[in-house]
Design a binder for this molecule. Structure first.
Ligand SMILES: [Fe+2]
Ligand SMILES: [Fe+2]
Length: 475
């Protein structure tokens, strides 16, 4: 087992002190990171003691320690899953050979690009969420937000380590640039669209952590298959942390639904206006939030047909979700995949070479996984005797990337004219009025065990602590 060394300035399990040049370069980057955290991280939180988990091992069980920590003192570090000396390339053209411990020259530019794109999303989400602490519905939720934030910060560290260690000067420059781009910035925005959207309220936060952190899961799973072993090992450990982020989203939306259902039953009404007046989020508004976050997130998988995706796969840089569990030749040269195309204004299935469609393959895996959770949300409504059901919109709905970007499609999958779209858009996507209403509900609740009116308490506390535990000491 590779233990984590916490006696060093930068905690790590990669024997950082054995490489003084690298250690110095990262120690030089560290104050810039902390400055970024103070300026762009959770607003007005520097002095709070937060009940956070910190990784103490990379073994699946017992890897985390929980304690009250001031966030700027959180021990962000570099933790890779243990190396498997016998690991072989298991897909693409180099199948069967030893995995790479260094970045091969011919794949360097592509690998760097993959790592930078992943790395860019991590601090972006912290920036998007930086005001949310001011309106947390409970201490429990505030703590979860901060947990997600510090771990996204650590994911940035994970990618910056790879850049510094394996990509020389270019890597160091890219690592600096990761702190210079900012979410939503006019001049230097984050790389991917969804990471420049605002996360203005807690319903948006739960949708984001459910859908967009799940995009993170699928990207990390695909990278955990990589033939570049340090990338595979890094992302494997990141996935351990990621699971909690999606839990925050899934349970958060469940609790909003639970509370709305309770008030619907108390007042015996489905009328959004009455429910809003009672201080809960009506179900059609929740559906419109879902439609927005889902459609923006599935764009993150990229164009449905992509020669880059084919190159990344064939050269062994990025696999499929659960590549190792699939029973095919892991080359895919003779395989096809069905994607949507637009012909004369109609959506139609078409068969294309699978290698070019690997973004779509990953997107479809994501879609399956996200639908399962939406089913669990509907169980909350069912249990409360509510007939309304949430649905996932059609894949072509509200897309900005790929073949489907040029057309208007309803959540049911009907191709529409621009006029028809305009007429209905307010029923399908959260409107400024919806957002204004939701934001009117956001008021800070600080007393342990108390929750805002629009959300139900969780079923259990963090790390088996009671729900009224003091998760955040505000000092
Ligand atoms: Fe992350
Ligand atoms: Fe995450």
């Amino acid at each position: 087992m590779s233990g984590i060394n916490y006696s060093e300035k930068i905690p790590n399990n990669v024997n950082l002190s054995g490489d003084r040049t690298l250690q110095r370069a990262l120690e030089h980057w560290q104050p810039n990171y902390l400055q970024w955290w103070r300026e762009m991280g959770p607003e007005a939180s520097q002095n709070f003691d937060v009940y956070l988990r910190t990784a103490v091992s990379v073994q699946p069980d017992g890897w985390a320690n929980f304690d009250h920590v001031k966030m700027p003192d959180y021990r962000w570090g570099i933790f890779l899953a243990p190396q498997d000396g016998n690991r072989k390339v298991h897909f693409g053209e180099n199948i069967g050979r030893d995995v790479w411990q260094e970045a091969p020259g011919e794949h360097r530019a592509n690998l760097r690009r993959i790592i930078v794109t992943q790395g860019d999303t991590e601090p972006a989400s912290v920036e998007q969420q930086r005001h949310l602490g001011l309106t947390a519905p409970s201490q429990y939720d505030l703590r979860n937000l901060f947990q997600v934030n510090v771990e996204e910060g650590r994911h940035l560290w994970a990618m910056v380590y790879l850049l510094h260690r394996y990509f020389g000067r270019d890597g160091r420059e890219e690592a600096d640039a990761l702190l210079q781009r900012n979410s939503g910035d006019q001049d230097s925005p984050r790389i991917l669209g969804a990471f420049n959207e605002k996360t203005p309220d807690w319903l948006a936060f739960y949708m984001f952590t459910y859908f967009t952190d799940r995009d993170g899961k699928f990207q990390l799973c695909a990278l955990a298959e990589s033939s570049f072993d340090p990338l595979a090992r890094t992302t494997k450990f990141m996935l351990t942390e990621e699971a909690h982020h999606m839990f925050v989203g899934e349970s958060g939306v469940s609790r909003v639904l639970q509370r709305t259902a309770e008030v619907m039953n108390q007042l015996k009404t489905e009328d959004p206006a009455v429910l809003r007046a009672a201080g809960v989020v009506d179900l059609p508004t929740i559906q419109r939030y879902l439609n927005f976050h889902y459609s923006v997130t599935i764009d993150l998988f990229g164009a449905d047909q992509s020669s880059n995706a084919a190159i990344f796969y064939s050269s062994g840089l990025k696999g499929r979700y659960e590549e190792g569990k699939r029973a095919d030749d892991h080359q895919l040269k003779n395989d096809t995949y069905r994607v949507l195309e637009v012909v004369n204004g109609e959506l139609r299935d078409t068969e294309v070479p699978m290698l070019n469609a690997l973004n779509e393959v990953l997107r479809d895996d994501f879609i399956k996984d996200s639908m399962a959770g939406v089913g669990r949300w509907n169980k909350v409504l069912e249990k409360n005797g509510i007939a309304f059901r949430l649905t996932v919109p059609h894949k072509a709905f509200n897309r900005r990337i790929g073949t489907l970007a040029g057309i208007r499609v309803s959540p049911e999958g009907m191709v529409l004219s621009e006029e028809q779209w305009k007429l209905h858009e307010h029923k399908w996507l959260a409107t400024p009025e919806d957002r204004e209403f939701v934001s009117s509900l956001m008021g800070r609740v600080v007393e342990p065990g108390k929750f805002a009116n629009w959300i139900a308490p969780p079923v259990i506390g963090v790390n088996r602590q009671p729900i009224n535990f003091e998760y955040v000491r505000f000092n």
